[in-house]
Design a protein around this ligand. Structure first.
Ligand code: URA
Length: 244
């Protein structure tokens, strides 16, 4: 049987973004931290770091935030960036403010451009992040692109060939699958995650992407009931679906 990981209460809450260890002491002094029905006062007390912690612990009456590892599924809206470092509003600003202080921190699994919408995964689980983006995992990413000009007709063959070289790159792209949806709309499934890859692929085919939306990562689809800007915690079966 695997051992339940334990953490000092004050460190656990500080790492979840509830404040410095001193601020956490303040919460404990007020009796604001309740675990299994009892108010806790000793910051040095060891607490089991288990996925159902939010059902057992409350902070000022509200369920404690889920401990790491935490993975979220978001419908990325237009006009937000995927990096903490890029200028502009970021996807992290759509999450509770306290989460910006979480340790380990949350990162997006790959990136979507400012003007791309759709399925985005956010995690603090480094091994999971690498497993999803590693080329050898062959996790597909599926996009729907609206194009400025009608498809020429040869794009599916060009993208499937595995010989397409993007400007300023030295390695050809892995084969990708294109399905036309109309004259100016196509579904494209890729296995890599190169910089602006989809836009650059259509540019190499003499076209221009006017709108881009990701609707699938591996076998995981963007839930139809998740509005742009909305997010939720990824469920275990959804995690498995990524690699199915
Ligand atoms: N390819 C792009 O060009 N942009 C994205 O946001 C994702 C894939």
């Amino acid at each position: 049987m695997s051992k339940v990981p334990m953490a000092r209460l004050d460190r656990l809450l500080a790492n979840l973004g509830y404040g410095s260890r001193r601020e956490v002491q303040g919460l404990l002094r007020k009796g604001a931290v309740v675990f299994d029905g009892a108010a806790l006062s000793d910051g040095g007390q060891k607490i089991p770091v288990v996925p159902d912690l939010p059902e057992r612990m409350t902070i000022e009456g509200a369920p404690v935030d889920p401990p790491a590892p935490l993975t979220l599924l978001m419908h990325k809206p237009l006009g937000v960036v995927c990096s903490h470092r890029e200028p502009g509003r970021s996807v992290f600003e759509l999450l509770p403010r306290r989460w910006r202080a979480r340790m380990p921190g949350l990162s997006t699994i790959g990136r979507l451009d400012l003007d791309t919408t759709g399925l985005l995964l956010i995690t603090d689980d480094g091994p999971l992040l690498h497993r999803v983006i590693a080329p050898r995992s062959h996790v597909t990413k599926r996009y729907v692109a609206r194009l400025a000009r009608p498809l020429r007709g040869d794009e599916a063959a060009v993208f499937a060939a595995g010989t397409l070289m993007l400007e300023s790159e030295t390695e050809p792209l892995a084969p990708a699958t294109l399905e036309p949806l109309s004259d100016t709309e196509a579904r494209l499934t890729i296995t890599e995650g190169r910089y602006h890859q989809v836009r650059r692929m259509f540019a190499a085919a003499g076209n221009h992407v006017e709108a881009l939306h990701r609707d699938q990562i591996g076998g995981l689809s963007l839930p139809p009931d998740l509005a742009p800007g909305a997010w939720r915690i990824l469920k275990p079966d959804e995690l498995s679906a990524i690699f199915a």
